[in-house]
Structures are given as structure tokens and as C-alpha cells.
Design a protein around this ligand. Structure first.
Ligand SMILES: C[S@@+](CC[C@H](N)C(=O)[O-])C[C@H]1O[C@@H](n2cnc3c(N)ncnc32)[C@H](O)[C@@H]1O
Length: 191
């Protein structure tokens, strides 16, 4: 079985996906950023199943260097907000999956309950930048995080776009009151 972990970052999802694939499966972990891939290589090297079952590749989500119908499943964690073209990313995911292949995409969302909404805004606008500045000395990544979460599409729109790219049975599962959303779908069979 072959699994793609797109926008893999430091490879945590890829490592988790590799574990049940022992002994024969493989995870291909892709990221745009060479520094992220270097970090992932060091980290995965110390995790036995991942060391042998994760292959790292530099690639843009919007133009993947894989043949059609290569993968049985794909994951993508917390990067839907980051890609430059979401529709192109979904089309590429669909193209490289075998018919019936499943995706699980994790992304931050915005809570619906009024009380949680206020707490979430305060957390993103005050606590996250303050903790970020104190721990890293940098403010802009945490302001970007706040902005990108507050401006990201509603789950219904993400589902509409997944279906537009050829996925079926798309659903959005909210966790922690909607602060995190898991999108699941299946690549439709092509004619
Ligand atoms: C917030 S990190 C998430 C990393 C990892 N998936 C996780 O859940 O920990 C976002 C990652 O997406 C990558 N990224 C952003 N735009 C991308 C693109 N267009 N194609 C591939 N990777 C991209 C970044 O380099 C970064 O490593």
C-alpha cells in the first residue's frame, strides 16, 4: 500500500501513517520546503518504522511529480490554508489517487458556539502571539497563523471544492467544537 502525506512538514503524520504499513507499505512525504524536509529526515531517522518506510520528496502540492493513480490514500495536515491554489491541490490529489482511494485532511477551523468563538478569538489574537513571541522571538508567524485561520473557507465550501475536484462522500468532522476539522473523502472512479 502506498500513502502520500502532502505538505508533510517535519513528518509527524507520515511517521504515524507508516506504522500500520509495516512491513510492505510505503509513505511518500512531500513538502515544498527543503529546510522542513531536512528536519523531517533527521527526525524520521530516529523512528524505526518511519526510517525504512517513509520516502521524502520535495514537491508543490499544486503540481505533484507522480503518475496518475499512484497512491491508495493521502493525508495532509494543517496546510490547506497555506497552499497557493486549493482547487489545483485537490485536483492533483485526485489525479494521483487510485479510484476509491481515501483522503484525510486536517485543518484548523472556527468554532460555532458563541462562547467558544470569543475564547478562540482571544486565544488566537492574544495568547498565541504572546506565547509565540516569548518562545521564538518572532511575532509574524503567529499573526499569519491567526489571519489564515480566521480567513479560511467554511467547511461547506471546502467540501464543495473537494466534490468539484472529483471526490465523493466528502464529509467534514469537527473536533474540539470545530477548532480542528478533519475532511474525509474518496476519489471517484474515472470513466
Ligand atoms: C503548518 S505546516 C504542517 C506540517 C505537517 N503537515 C503537520 O501537520 O505537522 C505546513 C507545511 O506545508 C508546507 N507547504 C506550504 N505550501 C505548500 C505547497 N504549496 N506545497 C507543498 N507544501 C507546502 C510548508 O512548507 C509546511 O511544511
Amino acid at each position: 500500500m502506498r500513502v502520500l502525506d502532502l505538505a508533510s512538514g517535519t513528518g509527524d503524520l507520515a511517521a504515524a501513517a507508516a506504522e500500520p504499513l509495516v512491513p510492505l507499505g510505503q509513505v511518500v512525504a512531500c513538502d515544498l520546503s527543503h529546510p522542513m524536509l531536512r528536519f523531517a529526515r533527521r527526525k524520521l531517522g530516529s523512528i524505526p518504522p518511519a526510517r525504512w518506510h517513509v520516502k521524502l520528496t520535495q514537491a508543490r502540492a499544486e503540481a505533484l511529480p507522480f503518475s496518475d493513480r499512484t497512491f491508495h490514500a493521502a493525508t495532509l495536515g494543517f496546510a490547506l490554508r497555506n497552499v497557493s491554489d486549493l482547487d489545483a491541490t485537490f485536483l492533483e490529489l485526485h489525479r494521483v489517487l487510485k479510484a476509491g482511494g481515501r483522503i484525510a485532511l486536517l485543518e484548523f477551523g472556527r468554532p460555532r458556539s458563541p462562547l467558544l468563538k470569543v475564547g478562540h478569538r482571544l486565544w488566537l489574537s492574544l495568547a498565541v502571539p504572546a506565547i509565540g513571541l516569548l518562545t521564538t522571538g518572532r511575532l509574524w508567524p503567529f499573526l499569519y497563523l491567526r489571519r489564515s485561520i480566521l480567513q479560511f473557507l467554511e467547511p461547506a465550501e471546502v467540501l464543495r471544492r473537494l466534490e468539484g475536484a472529483g471526490f465523493r462522500l466528502a464529509e467534514a468532522l469537527p473536533f474540539n467544537g470545530g477548532i480542528v476539522v478533519v475532511y474525509q473523502a474518496e476519489a471517484a472512479r474515472r470513466p
